[in-house]
Design a protein around this ligand. Structure first.
Ligand code: ZN
Length: 238
C-alpha cells in the first residue's frame, strides 16, 4: 500500500534537490552583491586608517622645524662673519656644524616621510576611484541579480507546487511521518534508500523483517540508526 507513496517521495526528494540548486544560485548571486559591497566598505575604512597614518607623519611639523633651524643657521653665519676673536669664531663654527647636521637628519627623515605620504595618498586615491567607480558596477550587478533571482524564484515556486501536490497524493500517515522528520533533519534530507540491505545515509545494515515489510510496501520503517525514513529500492522500479 505504500509503494506508490514511496514513488512520490522519490520524486519529492528529487524536486527538493533541484530546488536546492536554484537556492544555491540565488545565494551565490546575492554574494556577488555582498562581496562588492564588502570591498567598497573596506576601501573606505582603509582610507580612514591611511589618513591617520599620513597625519602621523607630521610633515608640516618637520618642515617648520627645518625652517627654524635654517633661520638660526643664517643668523649664526652672519654672526660668524662678524666674529672678532678666534674663540668666538670656533664657538660659532661649532654651533653651525651642530645645526647643519641636525638639519641634515631632519631633512632625511622628512624626505622619507614625504615619499610615504605620497604612497599613502596614491592608495587613498586608488581606493576612492574604486569606491566611486564601483557604484555603477554595483547598481548593474544588482539589476542583473534581481532578474536572475526572480527567474529562480519562479522555478522554485513551481516545484514547490508540484511537491505539495505529490505530498497530497501520499498516504496520510506517510505524509505526517515525513513532515515531522523533515523538520528534524532540515536542511538535510530526512529520507534514505534501502540499498543492498543497508541504509544509504548511514550504511547501517537492516534486518530481514524490516526489509520485507518495506519492500512489499506493507509499512513504514525508519533506519534504526539514523532514524531517516527508509525508501525501498522496489519503489524505484515500481
Ligand atoms: Zn540510517
Amino acid at each position: 500500500m505504500f509503494l506508490e507513496s514511496f514513488r512520490h517521495l522519490i520524486e519529492i526528494e528529487a524536486l527538493k534537490k533541484q530546488n536546492q540548486q536554484n537556492a544555491d544560485t540565488i545565494s551565490s548571486e546575492n554574494k556577488r552583491i555582498s562581496d562588492l559591497e564588502e570591498r567598497r566598505k573596506k576601501s573606505q575604512s582603509q582610507n580612514e586608517i591611511l589618513k591617520i597614518e599620513e597625519k602621523n607623519l607630521k610633515l608640516t611639523d618637520s618642515q617648520n622645524q627645518i625652517e627654524d633651524l635654517q633661520g638660526r643657521l643664517t643668523k649664526l653665519t652672519s654672526q660668524l662673519a662678524m666674529a672678532t676673536t678666534l674663540p668666538q669664531e670656533t664657538a660659532f663654527k661649532n654651533q653651525i656644524q651642530t645645526i647643519q647636521s641636525e638639519i641634515e637628519k631632519l631633512e632625511e627623515s622628512y624626505f622619507e616621510n614625504l615619499e610615504k605620504s605620497e604612497e599613502i595618498q596614491n592608495t587613498i586615491k586608488e581606493n576612492n576611484d574604486f569606491f566611486n567607480g564601483s557604484l555603477i558596477t554595483l547598481e548593474e550587478i544588482k539589476t542583473e541579480v534581481a532578474k536572475v533571482i526572480a527567474t529562480e524564484e519562479v522555478i522554485i515556486a513551481n516545484r514547490i507546487k508540484r511537491i505539495d501536490a505529490l505530498m497530497d497524493l501520499c498516504n496520510p500517515s506517510m505524509k505526517s511521518v515525513y513532515l515531522d522528520l523533515e523538520k528534524k533533519f532540515k536542511p538535510k534530507s530526512c529520507v534514505a534508500y534501502l540499498i543492498d540491505k543497508k541504509c544509504s545515509a548511514c550504511h547501517m545494515a537492516t534486518d530481514a523483517t524490516l526489509r520485507s515489510t518495506l519492500e512489499e510496501g506493507r509499512g513504514l520503517e525508519c533506519c534504526p540508526n539514523c532514524s531517516r525514513l527508509l525508501i525501498p529500492e522496489t519503489a524505484k522500479i515500481y
